[in-house]
Design a protein around this ligand. Structure first.
Ligand code: SF4
Length: 280
């Protein structure tokens, strides 16, 4: 059986940077609390927890010390709240997410109603909406915009698919262009995401099974699995090697592997080794 790895996969620079910031902070500070998971991968979170970093869901759970903002960022109000409570801010927001937040803030300041192409309940999108002002909304369906505003600003969750973002924009423009005086679009999709998606698509087209490794909460990993299945290839989304059902590999001649941007290399190696150990 041939095992082929996608040419781009695994840790992106934003995740590596966030983990480095967290490791440095946990070593230097007596108390460090992360506002939610630093990245959407349980193995990474549990490794940092074992070094002393607490995970909290709410600022009310932090009385003193430092608060770490995860790679997917937080809303404007949260930053204000951290500062007003005199807590130390350790900001691990990915620079690409920060760029999207700045774009949202700029559009809002200039009078645009901001539409975020993304999942409204994803933590990154919740943060983006906070920077985008009170009229902003997040959706994956252009039909949800019932009354297009006169000035429309569009941006995307960083981990969305470029082809679907393009479709979304085109649907919005078809809806009621006459009522819009100005439309501004920022392509805030992350390059690392786009490259991983293109590499997964290329590999999925030539194998008879794709194994996608990464957290079940990870938006970019879910997207990779969705892209692979969209070309009709059997796709398994797993988080760890022990989830592999080896007998199901019977009859597979060419297995492709890809991994989300928050999946550590050692998790990928475990999966590859386990597949290699299959002896039909
Ligand atoms: S996937 Fe992109 S936006 Fe998300 S953390 Fe990585 S580099 Fe940053």
């Amino acid at each position: 059986m041939e095992i082929e790895l996608a040419r781009e996969m695994g840790f992106c620079f934003g995740v590596r940077r966030a983990i480095n910031i967290a490791e440095d902070a946990v070593e230097k500070r007596d108390q460090l609390a992360s506002l939610g998971a630093i990245v959407h991968n349980r193995q990474v979170v549990s490794s940092l927890s074992s070094q002393g970093m607490r995970i909290v869901q709410n600022l009310n759970d932090v009385r003193e010390g430092a608060v770490l903002v995860p790679s997917h960022g937080v809303g404007k109000e949260t930053i204000t709240e951290i500062n007003s409570r005199n807590l130390d801010l350790v900001d691990a927001t990915c620079p690409i997410v920060r760029k999207a937040q700045k774009a949202a803030q700029k559009l809002h300041k200039e009078g645009f109603t901001v539409i975020v192409f993304g999942e409204f309940d994803h933590t990154e999108v919740e943060g983006l909406l906070s920077w985008a002002g009170e009229n902003a909304l997040a959706t994956l369906n252009a039909a949800n915009l019932k009354t297009p505003p006169s000035q429309l600003g569009i941006l995307s969750q960083t981990t969305q698919r470029e082809d679907q973002f393009a479709d979304f924009i085109s649907q919005l423009l078809k809806s009621d262009i006459a009522s819009m005086s100005e439309i501004r679009v920022y392509n805030t999709i992350c390059d690392a995401t786009a490259k991983r998606q293109a590499a997964a698509l290329e590999l999925a087209a030539k194998v008879d099974l794709m194994v996608v490794i990464g957290g079940y909460e990870s938006a970019n990993t879910k997207r990779l699995a969705e892209i692979c299945s969209s070309v009709g290839v059997e796709t398994w989304h797993i988080e760890r090697a022990e989830e592999l059902d080896l007998p199901k590999l019977y009859g597979k001649n060419h297995v492709g592997i890809t991994a989300g941007a928050s999946t550590p290399d050692w998790v990928i190696h475990e999966v590859v080794d386990k597949i290699k150990s299959f002896d039909p």
